[in-house]
Ligand binder design. Structure first.
Ligand SMILES: *Cc1c(COP(=O)(O)O)cnc(C)c1O
Length: 845
């Protein structure tokens, strides 16, 4: 008889680890690489492609982290440890290979091994298709947090969606963005392991009915779905830096539920059953490519309930397998909701506990609130998720009932605390009653969580004062700030090996795990020799980027010029077009006086626009149009160059951040929740020009006001200006340089005389200007003039550059994770001991 495929069968519990199978020496790596090429890829050198070589190397590395991964899983299972479950609809991981080599501490050995085999190591790293399962900062934050949790030995698991197509690849055609499907799984993914034996089922649609539970003589609710979809987990190891801990990223892929096929098969409708498969699989087909804007599509809500339900059921199964009763759920799991995308977890956990596991309301509610915590990521009203009741009730009838019940109890609580305050009830209700009725997901998250946090000090204050003010007044104890961070392993060690080597030669390598140690670099700021080395490294990196630009865009740029970079999603609030107005201003100055004294600059842009966001796409077209004119005008004499580099993603980020002299962080104050690009630039020795927005505020505090180029209105000034009635024309009419810059666009100066092309952009600025570009223009241009002056003193600039890196310790994601652990999760590190069957020599130095 066949055994059920999901039942574990114990055998003799010995794992034989042979020295030459997973050893770390160069010779062993070479042998393993050749074995994998032959036995896994089924190729030998004569017919192997670059991708075969990449895969052979990836499997060689994966073999070397599997022991840590399995030991970690076994330790957690055995000890029943308290675990962080990080729920995120996006994980923007970037390529795994280089990062895993760094974490294992065998980067140099692998490089040597591959070199000795006559292959180009860097080309193999480049070969990896990055998993682009996120839009931008939010997804990248989740990836940095996984790295830090593993590095800090925090028991943790990341739960998300295995999109078949991640964020689109961006091409530029005739200056416009063109989207190409991201077929990242085309040639296979060596990092994931499918675990179909741990699949779960998710219900969708249908209706609910009540019934009498004979066992307990209680009325209970049963959900009769219209559809059932299967969730199959795919696990990817997340190895911490030089530690034995390897945690898991578990991504869910949708498939047709077998039971449904079966029913249709019996009724003879074989083809309908098979076709149903495609419908189910559509659920995890593609990532929605909108950043910071909500799109109320049913499929998207389907994705959310799908991955949340799979993940919660998975946690319940983990406890069940360990024999831990579900009333301890909140003791074993701390669930973090990365924005409201997984906020349906509030209703789903209630449903699972009550409907599937017979909990009563109060007990289920207590567990839910103690388990969940919510991170808010945005101040933009258009980004707040609100689902129309019709759509919501059709897809999730049972969840809607539960939300109504949560709401009625919640509103009662408010009535008691604020008697007679009907406005407050309307403002706080989980249901928005104005116009078409909606479920407010942020409100659901706030009510269902024991902790609510913003992602930078300013942002957390604005949540309390503004966006979530009512909730702060009701539950002040729930609120805290957790300023974002980024992992120095990927964004310094991996992406900037030259700077890493120089820093380590001066202060040792302790900073890689304790980023505050970078402060020790301050002792070398007055060392002329050190400054010279620092400057030379920056120059060499810029030279590499210049070579890349030449190859990618065919533009010659001078690595001695100031590299002024704005790389992030294209969005009006981020104000790429303010950067463009500055460029046009410099261009106008040159046209007015070709001999004007200008500090040579290379303006580099990168970023994707949401496919349906016309204004963002027009901004890309404008950058490219300005580039065409400026780069080819002989009057400019190559003193300024403009480059739009296509396809901004993690690989691109790793190439570009280290090459910046100046980082553009110029969002309108009060709009950027935190930003993390700002941190990555500064760590790599770039200076920042920025507003007092998001984490810029804290970066400036850390590096010192004298090392930061500050401009623009403050958040209170923005509020005041808007309250008094903002009129962009006033700025346009009274500022000749501003007027000239806008007029050059409007009059067709960058569109061969076509006055129509950029009309939408120009008239938005003149008639609306929601993001106050015109109000901030003069302050920005003055500040940029200061940048140009400062850059002329190269030695002084280098001092500022060094100090920027040296003072970025706070912005390691390790610091953020420590704060989450202490204040919200109450999870402690658990050291992983590799068992004695691990041979000597395979440990870490
Ligand atoms: C860091 C990062 C971001 C976030 O950039 P911001 O400047 O904070 O908006 C977006 N995309 C990628 C690929 C990143 O690495």
């Amino acid at each position: 008889m066949q055994t059920a495929p999901n039942q574990p069968i114990e055998c003799v519990p010995t794992i034989v680890v042979e020295d030459d199978r997973t050893g770390l020496s160069v010779e062993t790596l070479k042998r393993a690489f050749q074995d994998n090429l032959f036995y896994i890829q089924g190729k030998f050198a004569k017919i192997a492609t670059q991708n075969d070589y990449y895969m052979a190397l990836a499997y060689t590395v994966r073999d070397r982290l599997l022991r840590r991964w399995l030991t970690t899983a076994e330790t957690y299972t055995h000890q029943g440890v308290r675990t962080v479950a990080y729920l995120s609809a996006e994980f923007l991981m970037g390529p795994h290979l280089g990062n895993n080599l760094i974490s294992l501490g065998i980067y140099d050995e692998a490089k040597q091994a591959i070199g000795e085999l006559g292959l180009d190591f860097d080309a193999l790293l480049e070969q990896e298709e990055e998993p682009g399962l996120g839009n931008g900062g939010l997804g990248r934050l989740a990836a940095c947090y996984l790295d830090s949790m593993a590095t800090l030995d925090i028991p943790s698991i990341g739960y998300g969606i295995r999109y078949e197509f991640g964020i689109f690849d961006q091409d530029i055609r005739d200056g416009w963005q063109f989207e190409i499907t991201d077929k990242w799984l085309r040639y296979g993914n060596p990092w994931e392991i499918a675990r179909p034996e741990w699949s779960v089922e998710v219900k969708l649609g249908g209706h609910t009915e009540t019934y009498m539970d004979e066992m307990t003589s209680r009325q209970r609710v049963r959900w009769v779905p219209a559809e059932v979809v299967m969730g199959i987990p795919y696990d990817t190891p997340i190895l911490g830096y030089k530690t034995n801990t390897a945690t898991t990223l578990r991504l869910w892929s949708a498939a047709a539920a077998e039971s449904f096929d079966f029913a249709a098969f019996n009724s003879g409708d074989y083809f309908r059953a098979v076709l149903q498969k495609t419908v189910s699989e559509t659920l995890t087909k593609v990532l929605y490519p909108n950043d910071e804007s909500f799109q109320g599509k049913k499929l998207r809500l389907g994705q959310q309930i799908f991955f949340v339900s799979c993940s919660l059921q998975d946690m319940i199964l983990i406890l069940t397998r360990q024999g831990i009763p579900l009333d301890q759920f909140h003791e074993k799991f701390a669930i973090q909701l990365n924005d409201t995308h997984p906020a349906i977890a509030v209703a789903e956990l209630m449903r699972l506990l009550m409907d599937e596991h017979a909990f009563e309301w109060d007990a289920a509610w207590s567990i839910t609130q103690k388990t969940l915590a919510y991170t808010n990521h945005t101040l933009l009203p258009e980004a707040l998720e609100r689902w129309g009741l019709g759509l919501f009730g059709t897809l999730l009838p049972r969840h809607l009932e539960i939300i109504y019940e949560i709401n009625s109890r919640f509103l009662e609580e408010i009535r008691l605390k604020f008697p007679g305050d009907n406005d407050r009830l309307n403002r706080m209700s989980l249901i928005d009653e104005a116009g078409e009725r909606h479920v407010r997901m942020a409100h659901l998250a706030c009510v269902g969580s024991h902790a609510i946090n913003g992602v930078a000090a300013l942002h957390s204050e604005l949540l309390k004062q503004d966006v979530l003010r009512d909730f702060y007044e009701l539950y002040p104890e729930k609120f805290s700030n957790k300023t974002n961070g980024v992992t120095p392993r990927r964004f310094m060690v991996l992406s900037n090996p030259r700077l890493t080597k120089l820093i380590t030669s001066k202060i040792g390598d302790g900073w890689i795990k304790h980023l505050d140690d970078l402060r020790k670099l301050e002792a070398f700021v007055e060392d002329a020799d050190f400054r010279q080395q620092w400057r030379q490294i920056k120059f060499d990196i810029k030279q590499d980027l210049a070579d890349y630009i030449k190859q990618a865009n065919g533009i010659d740029v001078d690595p001695a010029s100031l590299f002024d970079i704005q790389a992030k999603r294209i969005h009006e609030y981020k104000r790429q077009h303010l950067d463009v107005l500055h460029i046009i201003t410099l261009y106008n100055r040159i046209k007015a006086n070709p001999d004007v004294d200008i500090t040579p600059r290379t303006f580099i842009f990168g970023g994707k626009a949401a496919p349906g966001y016309y204004m963002a796409k027009l901004i890309i077209k404008l950058v490219n149009s300005v580039a065409d004119v400026v780069n080819n005008d002989p009057d400019v004499r190559d003193r300024i160059k403009v480059v739009f580099l296509k396809d901004y993603n993690v690989k691109f980020a790793q190439r570009v951040y280290p090459a910046a002299d100046l980082s553009e962080q110029i969002s309108l104050a009060g709009k950027e929740a935190s930003g993390t690009g700002n941190m990555k630039f500064s760590m790599n020795g770039s200076l920042t020009i920025g507003t007092l927005d998001g984490a810029n505020v804290e970066i400036r505090e850390e590096v010192g006001a004298e090392n930061f180029f500050l401009f623009g209105l403050t958040t209170p000034e923005v509020y005041a200006l808007k309250a008094q009635g903002y009129n962009p024309w006033q700025y346009y009419n009274s500022n000749p340089e501003l007027k000239a810059a806008i007029d050059r666009i409007a009059s067709g100066g960058f569109s061969n005389g076509d006055t129509n092309l950029f009309n939408a952009l120009v008239s938005t600025l003149l008639y609306k200007d929601d993001y106050l570009l015109l109000a901030d223009y003069q302050s920005y241009v003055d500040c940029q003039d200061g940048v140009s002056r400062a850059y002329r003193d190269q030695d002084h600039w280098t001092r500022l550059s060094i100090l920027n890196s040296a003072r970025m310790g706070k912005f390691s994601s390790d610091r953020s994770i420590r704060e989450y652990c202490k204040d919200i999760w109450h999870v402690k590190p658990v050291a992983i001991e590799l068992k004695e069957y691990v041979q000597a020599g395979a440990g870490l130095e």
